[in-house]
Write a protein that binds this ligand. Structure first.
Ligand SMILES: Nc1ncnc2c1ncn2[C@@H]1O[C@H](COP(=O)(O)OP(=O)(O)O)[C@@H](O)[C@H]1O
Ligand SMILES: C=C(OP(=O)(O)O)C(=O)O
Ligand SMILES: [Mn+2]
Length: 534
């Protein structure tokens, strides 16, 4: 076997470390390291089980982009993309490198972000934790031996959970920091053990770079039907990208990040990152099976230390417990990480207001409207007395990952829809029959969502009877085989129709208020695709 130690080492990059460096270890080596270092324990059937401590999800408010000559005009500065001065970054980098120098062991992987040679970025990830190194090796694309030869990283990520940022010194909000420098091509992640930060940082790089190459980067999952029909599923966290893209009847391309070029939809990643809480063997058999394999890493899943049995229903460590596994653990995953250009675009939303129908057909203008809006809603909190859901509008269904102005991504979508041959749908995987905060109100059964999706994707909905949603103006099917028709009529599913109308108008008001920022960036058709205030 050829050496996995690169010729272009850390010293070449100007990083002065005395650590024992483990270069490009493979899964069994990294799992052995993680175990011997006490980073986690093995579950009964082989997964490595770890805890992330305080941070069990992304720290979106602790992310900064260095604001300099490169990014001043290219990044959309606002409430999502927050700036850090080059001076603050320089101090942070000095302090990061000093902290790095104190480590006696480091794990480094050389990987690709992006599966297609023409559109990928070479990324080096430097970790202090073996399991983080295992995670990122699983999630990104693993070079083969010949691709490792002469590997020179374009971007480098230094990921030090034990580093504590100092708000006074570094201009951060807390001890946690994700600092992105597009000029130096360096990303510093500190003060968090949530592994998802690493993969979403690489996503940010591709979202920054690819529009210039004519590729639309997308926060979506993707799969291919039996007739070669690709579907992409956009959606914010928790709306069902990962769950719904793993489907026995379709070929999985990927669960979270893709590019749409003139020829294909391709995965940015080489693995998946699924939610584990309440994971059901019946509703999600392919994902459930990954919890029984060596190579899977489970974050914040509760395990009995004696029997090594998992308890996927226990949320005492986190609501957002996760499992990461290589894409090939899903039985029908695409071997070449790509598929033809999409026939269907689905926008997933988990509507905690219980207002949106479980599926609706969108016109191209409505699709643009909903893409720029990027709506989902969740139950605000678990405190007693919370009665209102809270709406989130995250443009392009992924604002935290999109450095550029939404119109850049929006125009790429517009061009693609204008070419024709693609149908757009809005799918509510959230609550129905009332607000999520009302007693007895449940989330849409996964089975029903899958049946509706399959009807849309296999073309059988084309002949269905539709009715226009009175608030949103999109077309909603009246009856679909295998689905309780009551579900298809959100207003009729509420005990009190007047209460439905009132709640719907609250939501419409929030859409209108949020869209004001895009009014000047879209044409009249898109503006008119807005929901109507009564
Ligand atoms: N109707 C539904 N459709 C999709 N997911 C659902 C549905 N009802 C409940 N869920 C649950 O919601 C979560 C969706 O999460 P996930 O697929 O990981 O979202 P994403 O990948 O978009 O962040 C899963 O835990 C899934 O079990
Ligand atoms: C990894 C993440 O993505 P998602 O929840 O969309 O799967 C995340 O948001 O941290
Ligand atoms: Mn996901």
């Amino acid at each position: 076997m050829t050496s996995r130690i690169p010729t272009h080492g850390l010293a070449t990059q100007g990083f002065d470390v005395s650590a024992d460096i483990h270069w490009n270890l493979i899964t069994p080596q990294l799992v052995e390291q993680a175990l011997s270092r006490g980073e986690g324990i093995l579950a009964k059937d082989g997964p490595l089980v770890v805890k992330t401590g305080k941070h069990t999800g992304r720290s979106a408010n602790d992310k900064f982009i260095v604001r300099d000559a490169e990014t001043e005009e290219t990044v959309w500065w606002g409430k999502t993309n927050k700036g850090m001065t080059p001076e603050q970054f320089a101090t942070l980098k000095t302090d990061f490198l000093a902290h790095l120098a104190t480590k006696d062991t480091l794990f480094v992987q050389d990987l690709f972000g992006g599966s297609q040679p023409a559109y990928r970025v070479k990324v080096r990830v430097i970790n202090e934790l073996a399991w983080h190194n295992q995670f990122i090796r699983t999630l990104l694309v693993r070079p083969d031996a010949s691709e490792l030869e002469g590997f020179v990283p374009e971007f480098t990520i230094i990921d030090l959970p034990t580093f504590a940022a100092d708000p006074e010194r570094h201009g951060t909000r807390s001890e946690t920091v994700i600092a992105v420098n597009f000029t130096e091509k360096l990303i510093l992640i500190g003060g968090t053990k949530y592994a998802g930060e690493m993969k979403k940082s690489v996503f940010g790089i591709l979202n920054y770079k690819l529009p210039a190459q004519g590729v639309m980067p997308m926060h979506c999952s993707a799969n291919i039907g039996p007739n070669g029909d690709t579907a992409v599923f956009f959606g914010l966290s928790g709306t069902g990208k990962t769950t719904l893209s793993a489907d026995a009847s379709r070929t999985l391309i990927g669960d979270d990040e893709h590019g749409w070029s003139d020829q294909a939809v391709f995965n940015f990643e080489g693995g998946c990152y699924a939610k584990m809480i309440n994971l059901s063997a019946e509703a999600e058999p392919e994902i459930f099976a990954t919890t029984k394999r060596f190579g899977t890493v489970l974050e914040n899943v509760v395990i009995d230390e004696t029997t090594r049995e998992l308890d996927l229903d226990d949320n005492s460590l986190a609501e957002n417990s996760r499992g990461s596994y290589p894409i090939e653990f899903i039985p029908n995953a695409s071997k070449d990480n790509l598929g033809p250009v999409p026939k269907n675009i689905i926008f997933l939303t988990a509507d905690a207001y219980g207002v949106l129908p479980p599926i609706a057909k969108l016109t191209p203008d409505q699709a643009m409207y909903h893409f720029l809006s990027g709506y989902t809603a969740r139950v605000a909190g678990t405190e007693i007395g919370v009665t209102e859901p809270s709406a989130t509008f995250s443009t392009c269904f992924g604002a935290p990952f999109m450095p550029r102005h939404p119109s850049i991504y929006g125009n790429l979508l517009k061009e693609r829809i204008a070419k024709g041959g693609v149908d757009c749908w809005l799918v509510n995987t959230g609550w129905s029959g009332g607000k999520a905060t009302m007693p007895g109100i449940k989330r849409m059964p996964i089975k029903a969502t899958r049946a509706l999706l399959n009807a849309a994707l296999d073309g059988s909905l084309k002949d269905a009877e539709f009715t226009k949603d009175p608030n949103f103006g999109f077309e909603v099917p009246v009856a679909v085989a295998g689905v309780d028709s009551k579900l298809l009529d959100p207003r009729g599913s509420w005990a009190d129709a007047a209460e439905y109308d009132k709640t719907a108008q609250t939501l419409v008001g929030q859409f209108i208020e949020n869209f004001a920022q895009f009014e000047d960036h879209v044409d009249v058709g898109v503006r008119e695709a807005a929901p109507k205030a009564a």
